[in-house]
Write a protein that binds this ligand. Sequence first.
Ligand code: NAD
Ligand code: ZN
Length: 346
Amino acid sequence: MKAIQMVKPGSEPELREVDKPSPGPGEVLLKVTAAGACHSDDFVLNLPPEGFPYPLPLTLGHEGVGVVAELGSGVTTLTEGTAVAVYGPWGCGVCHFCSRGLENYCSNAAELQIAPPGLGAPGAMAEFMIVDDPRHLVPIGDLDPVTTVPLTDAGLTPYHAIKPSLPKLVGGTTAVVIGTGGLGHVAIQLLRHLTPSRVIALDVTPEKLDFAKEVGAHETVLSDADAVANIRKITGKDGATAVFDFVGYQPTIDTAMGAVGTMGDVTIVGLGDGQAAAKVGIWAQPYEVSVRAPYWGSRSELIEVLDLARDGALDVAVQTFGLDDGVDAYRKLAANDLRGRAVVVP
Ligand code: NAD
Ligand code: ZN
């Protein structure tokens, strides 16, 4: 079968011919119907070769939707032909975090060498993929695989990031979204649907800012050296109640810390260059600001996000590619030349 694989750090992924996998005991084989390309893939593709964390070649794709094609022995909770979304942050299933559905924070994954598909295990950018356990699959019913697949990360991650701030996002407050790409454009819609807050979106081009308005931002601000002043012109002296940074480089983290107001939340989701950090201390930001850096989301939250999509609350923008031109999707992602999410349809 065909698969898009990372072969060498620092190089483009490649379309390659690999063996079709077959499910072992307890596993599920999916015929992939859609796979999303995430900026985290680009981050991984550009990691230095020394100390590279995953076995290579690696089939990419941690956002996957498919149809159950074959059940490994002992799997009784699914039937062939069911359309499912893959919950990607696989954990052990039994530690305290996994027991709460927070497999993204599994205490044992590293030690047990459990890795998400596309981020260690073979991913969704292929004709078929293996899912290690049926609990990592959520039936999607008649949702469209192409607009649903980004919800497994570009929907789930902002949802998990926004949820803890919801009690603060009451009437009259402001939420700021920095970076209106795959994750950010869903974040804007989640904030509009779940809160009465005014939403200010930041990005680097007028086209991206127009897109942010189209998906629901009330106001937009160019993400430059004047961004804090321009956000504060809108918020007044109270600043923003919650800032979500879907970029994560030092300048955007500084913007987030500069825009947030007293008792506000700063949530850093973007990986940036892997080095940037928020400076926190008694005089470094307004009083009682909380800073979080969350990773992905829980199993139950994926079900909640899919339910929101079913209710019509989310309009995910996608650009589709075949497996044959999937490498081009990664080129466009790296060049920041996408509107919403790139989705590969095998
Ligand atoms: P994307 O490429 O689709 O979107 C990034 C957006 O940020 C683009 O619209 C781009 O124009 C904009 N941008 C770039 N530089 C900017 C700047 N200085 N100021 C404002 N906007 C800027 O990326 P994505 O797939 O949405 O991922 C966003 C980030 O989140 C990436 O760093 C990714 O690795 C990370 N991520 C983190 C998690 C997690 O669990 N923490 C999960 C998924 C993705
Ligand atoms: Zn991702």
